[in-house]
Design a protein around this ligand. Structure first.
Ligand code: TXA
Ligand code: MG
Length: 320
């Protein structure tokens, strides 16, 4: 069996109603979706991705009102976040309702929820009478897919349908915020930097703490190694890294500059961090599938989506 790649929302909805998996487009990356209220369907996600059961899934909803079906007890600041950033690349971790199976949340009493901004994902969700649990549609630990073809390359033999929504417009996963104090205004922590920069979020709710203690991974997303290509990846001054290994075939990921390598991916010659984020994962994939022996990348400016880019590069380079 090879997955059908098409853009028929009705066919996708029918499969999902029957407890099957469908890969769906979102504005961040493609997701591997199942009925979030059906534990048997959700179990298939973990099997297909070879994902450990301790890593909880994000639940996707098609309308803001549906948040009440999966979570409860949010501070007023949650409403401000929702008004400003949904639909969009922001996941909120909130106390979960009992109706959400433990498998979805890996037994946690919280659930990650987001309303995606991709029009096809929204139409699909609004067609269904259940929300969709969906992690990124890649084998566990590998780079997230930003096109239907990338999903098909890795999971095409294991799922029936890939809903094609074109290349992902944002290209890095959602920002994840957890509400850790519900009294008063609520206190938010960032579990994963992503599509919405923290400085933009802080304009709405004030200072957000960063959760960066890898010894206590509340979200397994905080495990250091993730988003990783098979090839070794080094981060630093690209010119020096290339000079250190002159006889190797070296792939380069750079922001604005071109470097002397046949495999140089300059992500945004004009210096636009959103454009760079959009191209990051496909550059990593292409280099991983090429005959380079080593990938080197520079750090990006630490603002806007540059922080999400750096986070993914650093995790991808963490030694395995
Ligand atoms: O942009 C995205 O968020 C994409 C698209 C498909 O929506 N999804 C995505 O899912 O990146 P995934 O599973 O690859 O990463 C979600 C991370 C998980 O690694 C998990 O650690 C964290 O979200 N997470 C989910 N529920 C959580 C919870 N209740 N508490 C803490 N972390 C949670
Ligand atoms: Mg993922």
């Amino acid at each position: 069996m090879k997955a059908v790649i098409r853009n028929d929302i009705h066919a996708a909805a029918e499969l999902l109603r029957n407890g099957e998996l469908v890969a769906i487009p979102t504005e961040t990356v493609y997701g591997l979706a199942a009925n979030a209220f059906d534990p048997d369907a959700v179990l298939k996600i973990f099997q297909v991705k070879e994902r450990p059961a301790f890593d909880p899934l994000i639940v996707h909803i098609g309308k803001k009102e549906d948040l009440d079906r999966v979570a409860f007890s949010f501070p007023p600041s949650a409403e401000a976040l929702i008004e400003n950033f949904w639909p969009g690349p922001l996941t909120l971790v909130l106390p979960k309702r009992r109706e959400v199976p433990d498998l979805v949340t890996s037994g946690l009493d919280t659930v990650g929820v987001r309303m995606p901004a991709h029009p096809i994902a929204l139409q699909l969700l609004q067609h269904l009478d259940f929300p969709l649990a969906a992690p990124s549609a890649n084998p566990f630990g590998y780079i997230s897919p930003t096109t239907a073809k990338y999903v098909s390359d890795q999971l095409g033999d294991r799922i029936p349908y890939i809903l094609d929504g074109g290349p992902a417009m944002i290209g890095v996963e959602s920002t994840i915020l957890g509400c850790e104090e519900h009294e008063g205004a609520g206190k938010w922590r960032c579990y994963r930097v992503g599509g919405i920069p923290l400085e933009v979020i802080e304009k709405v709710i004030g200072k957000v703490e960063h959760r960066s203690d890898p010894a206590a991974p509340v979200a397994p997303v905080m495990l250091t190694t993730h988003y990783a290509p098979r090839k070794p990846l080094l981060i630093g001054d690209v010119r020096i890294l290339i000079a250190q290994d002159p006889q190797k075939r070296i792939g380069v990921i750079a922001f604005r500059d071109r470097f002397p390598s046949a495999y140089c991916h300059t992500l945004s010659p004009s210096g636009d961090l959103s454009e760079a984020a959009r191209g990051l994962f496909s550059a990593l994939r292409e280099l991983d599938n090429s005959d380079v022996e080593l990938i080197v990348a520079e750090l990006f400016p630490a603002k806007g989506r540059g922080n999400a880019i750096n986070d993914r590069l650093l995790r991808a380079s963490a030694s395995r």
